[in-house]
Design a protein around this ligand. Structure first.
Ligand code: URA
Length: 240
């Protein structure tokens, strides 16, 4: 058994002092009952709700990784290549939510929460993913208009949520295009560009739902906060 404020802080919700404040204000519930006593002790398996946010059981772990190139999105590899799981030291059996290609970088979620992982990868989740693609050649209307209008992949018309030309490098003959999609087909972004005559030479997933890797250096990771986990649950439940 541990003191409630210590458990709230350990779960990454806020500092211990802030947790004490929230308890005294009556904003913390344990197993459905408001607790205002600072000395209250709680054990594993008890349900703690702070300001309406359910703190997830500590057995569950959630990480946001900025995946580097040359790492496989899997838990193990027959060819003994490094996997995304090797980049996060934990005792828990975490696995990636969806996949990024070996040479794709950027936002990747890893967890041992199967319920959330399944919901996030289900087509109905409608999760927005923003990719930044470096393509060969000068991207123009002749490529981007058909892309915006939709491209057939595996007999299904894929209409990106957004397509934006970010930069053209005339000297090197390359362009940077931002594309937002909500499906998760195999090699989807590379194949969408290929269909409109552009070859992707570099690909980065900048964000996954509301989680982005702008402040995470390549190869590094962070734990999601309980609020972020709750938001992901709200997100998938909303789109059920
Ligand atoms: N689309 C791709 O083509 N590759 C990825 O890694 C992700 C999306």
């Amino acid at each position: 058994m541990e003191r409630l404020q210590k458990v709230i802080a350990a779960m990454g919700y806020c500092s211990r002092r802030k947790a004490e404040e929230l308890i005294q204000k009556g904003l913390v519930q344990v197993d459905g009952k408001i607790v205002t006593e600072l000395g209250t002790k709680v054990g594993k398996g008890q349900e703690i709700i702070v300001e309406g946010n359910l703190l997830q059981n500590t057995e569950k772990e959630y990480y946001l990784l900025n995946k580097p190139r040359g790492v496989i999105t899997s838990t193990k590899d027959d060819k003994n290549r490094k996997t995304v799981v090797d980049l996060i030291p934990t005792e828990k059996r975490i696995y990636p939510v969806g996949r990024l290609d070996y040479d794709t970088t950027g936002a990747l979620l890893l967890t041992n929460d199967g319920t959330l992982a399944n919901a996030l990868t289900h087509p109905s989740s409608n999760l927005e993913k923003v990719y930044i693609a470096k393509v060969k050649g000068i991207a123009g209307g002749e490529h981007l208009v058909p892309l915006k209008n939709g491209v057939i992949l595996d007999d299904v018309k894929i209409i990106p949520d957004r397509v934006k030309l970010r930069k053209v490098d005339k000297e090197h003959g390359t362009s940077i295009v931002e594309i937002t999609i909500h499906d998760g087909k195999y090699h989807e972004v590379k194949r969408l560009f290929e269909q409109v005559g552009l070859e992707v030479i570099k690909l980065k997933r900048e964000s996954f739902a509301f989680l982005d890797v702008k402040k995470l250096p390549s190869g590094s990771y962070r734990k999601l906060t309980p609020k972020e986990v709750n938001c992901l649950y709200t997100y998938v439940n909303k789109n059920k």
